[in-house]
Design a protein around this ligand. Structure first.
Ligand SMILES: [Zn+2]
Length: 422
């Protein structure tokens, strides 16, 4: 089946900013270098491969202000999270960057992308936080992240000059929006439901996906696993992707209706604003539907349980439909996994909550078949041993020692007379 062109990217066109291998050494040659940290490197990659279409680079001040205050780009298109590159004013002074310059962004000492600096500006971080998160409370991790940004922003288009090499075990799960759309086409999908996750799937997640497939009548489900900044207690990234794949391999989904890929994104925990962002990115991946459950992208008690269900009601049609899911639990009266929207025995429900699953994974206790599939427990424990000396959850040692998700090869910049600096 051909790629269904009705599933067009946000803004209508997939933006890819990738220099050809022939052009890249010339583009990168002789430029002032700015080293970027992990989270900026991930966003550069997302921008250049079109995950963030229609953005073609880091936002300038008018875009930031429009996104922050109106939740739209300056052209009126819905956009909910500012995508910014923060640098300290001191670092800018040291490297001597000014508006109109092109700079080479480097990561782990390797060339990554060229940024054409359209604007150097500052923006009040508290205003940003208050609008994006609905609070400026410093106990909110997204607020802390925003308030912790450097004092100056560089805005402008980026062009990838060096393609990342995705390391094991993530390589099979990495697909750019173009590649994923191609994969959907190979699978014969013209519609797909996105399941955003940072979890190892328990039986409740499995049924949530099955329910979303049934209610949306989509051709398949895309597990879009968020791989990014981790905090202690999160599932390790390796376990998340490998466990979702195992769910399909073990036959809980037919092979042609279930696919897992990664999204390199640092959670902001912005609740409804982040739900909108997730919908836009998955639309760019080629999905026609997006699942939203309780507390989607929320944290603490900052957002209503179903705020991510309500936010879309006040927005224009985003071109991706929401599949709203309530809770799945185990019901001893129904003697099955049961859906909040069906089961009349709420007072007797047994939660399939994360805490129960954690106890099973940590405790060595075998799960009931209604909580966590034994195949999933097996792969999670394998990952714990292989990638984190026994724990399936992020520890300080894991953060210190983990193999990087991606690396960059060495790019030999052109040294011909025309491109030699000075
Ligand atoms: Zn029941």
């Amino acid at each position: 089946m051909a790629i269904d062109n009705t599933l067009s990217p946000h803004g209508g066109e997939l933006i890819e900013k990738i220099a050809s291998p022939k052009d890249a050494p010339h583009l990168a040659a002789g430029l002032t270098r700015i080293a970027v940290r992990d989270s900026i490197a991930r966003e550069v990659i997302n921008l250049c491969y079109g995950f963030f279409s229609p953005l073609d680079g880091f936002m300038v001040s008018s875009q930031v202000d429009s996104v922050v205050k109106n939740m739209t780009l300056t052209n009126g298109l819905v956009w909910s999270i500012p995508i910014v590159f923060d640098v300290s004013s001191q670092a800018i002074a040291e490297v001597g960057v000014k508006q109109g310059d092109s700079v080479l962004l480097t990561y782990q000492d390797q060339a990554l992308a060229v940024l054409d600096v359209a604007e150097i500006f500052s923006y009040d971080q508290e205003t940003m936080a208050r609008h994006v998160y609905g609070t400026a409370d410093q106990d909110h991790p997204g607020v802390m992240r925003t308030l912790g940004l450097e004092d100056t922003f560089l805005g402008g288009p980026v062009t990838l000059v060096n393609s990342p090499i995705i390391n094991p075990p993530f390589a099979p799960f990495w697909k750019t929006p173009r590649e994923l759309r191609q994969r959907f086409s190979e699978l014969g999908w013209s519609t797909a439901v996105a399941h955003q996750t940072r979890n190892v799937p328990h039986v409740g997640h499995e049924w949530m996906m099955k329910g979303a497939l049934l209610s949306s009548e989509a051709d398949g489900i895309l597990v879009s696993a968020v791989i990014g900044e981790k905090k202690p207690g999160d599932y390790i990234d390796e376990a998340i992707v490998l466990a979702h794949r195992r769910l399909r391999e073990a036959g809980f989904f037919l092979p042609h209706i279930h696919e897992t890929s990664t999204l390199m994104w640092d959670m902001r925990y912005a609740g409804p604003r982040e739900a909108v962002f997730h919908a836009i990115v998955r639309k760019n991946l080629g999905c026609s539907h997006h699942m939203f459950g309780r507390d989607h992208a929320g944290v603490g008690n900052y957002y209503d349980t179903y705020a991510a269900h309500e936010v879309f009601q006040n927005l224009p049609d985003l071109g991706i439909r929401s599949v709203l899911t309530l809770e799945w639990w185990y019901c001893p009266v129904c003697q099955s996994v049961a859906y909040e929207g069906h089961c009349g025995h709420r007072d007797q429900k047994e939660d399939l909550a994360g805490t129960v699953i954690r106890r099973i994974i940590d405790g060595g206790q075998e799960p009931a078949p209604t909580t966590l599939r034994s195949e999933i427990l097996e792969i999670v424990r394998e990952c714990a041993d292989k990638y984190n000396s026994g724990s399936a959850f992020v520890t300080p040692e894991y953060l210190e020692n983990r193999a990087p998700v991606f690396s960059l090869p060495t790019l030999d910049c052109c040294t011909c007379t025309e491109h030699r600096p000075g």
